[in-house]
Design a binder for this molecule. Structure first.
Ligand code: NI
Length: 161
C-alpha cells in the first residue's frame, strides 16, 4: 500500500463508517499493519492509504498492534501534554503538539468485537492523532499559525530535495 502525503485532497476529507465489518475489513487492517511496520510508523489511518473508511491501526513500543474500527472518543482528560509528533503523510518533519494526556475510546476490532480502551501517554497521543485523520485533520492543524507555516515550508523544502 502506498501512503499519500500532504497536498492530496483525500487527507482533508471525512471518512465513512465501516459497514459491515467482515473478512475484507480484517484483510485491510492486516495490510495496513504491514504498511505501518514497513514505513516505521506507530500508527496509520485508512485515509492515508486512500481508503476513506473509519479505521486505523496502531503499534507503539511495548504494546501489541491494535485495530480501531468506527472509533468514538468518549472522553479526554482536562490535563494536556505537549510532545513531538510526526506523520507518515508529512514525512521528515516533526513538531510539538498539545493534546489531552489521556483518552477513553470505544471501537470495534477486526473481528467485529466492540471494545473500550482507557489509556494515557504515547498510546493516547497516537489514538488522537489517528482519529484526527478520520476527520480530515492533520497534526499541523493543531499548531499555532506561525509554527504551522514553518513546518509546511520545511516539509515542502524537503520534498524538493
Ligand atoms: Ni498521521
Amino acid at each position: 500500500m502506498e501512503v499519500i502525503i500532504l497536498g492530496d485532497d483525500l487527507l482533508r476529507q471525512k471518512a465513512e463508517p465501516v459497514k459491515p465489518i467482515n473478512a475484507a475489513t480484517a484483510k485491510l487492517a492486516e495490510e495496513m499493519i504491514e504498511t505501518m511496520h514497513q514505513s516505521k510508523g506507530v500508527g496509520l489511518a485508512a485515509p492515508q492509504v486512500g481508503i476513506m473508511k473509519r479505521l486505523f491501526v496502531i503499534h507503539v513500543d511495548d504494546d501489541i498492534p491494535r485495530v480501531f474500527i468506527n472509533p468514538s472518543i468518549v472522553a479526554t482528560s482536562q490535563e494536556t501534554v505537549k510532545q513531538e509528533e510526526g506523520c507518515l503523510s508529512i514525512p521528515r518533519v516533526w513538531a510539538e503538539v498539545i493534546r489531552p494526556e489521556s483518552v477513553r475510546v470505544q471501537a470495534w476490532n477486526e473481528k467485529g468485537r466492540p471494545f473500550t480502551i482507557e489509556t494515557g501517554g504515547m498510546l493516547a497521543r497516537v489514538i488522537l492523532h489517528e482519529y484526527d485523520h478520520l476527520e480530515g485533520t492533520l497534526f499541523i492543524d493543531r499548531l499555532p499559525e506561525l509554527k504551522r507555516q514553518k513546518v509546511i515550508a520545511k516539509f515542502e523544502k524537503k520534498q524538493q530535495a
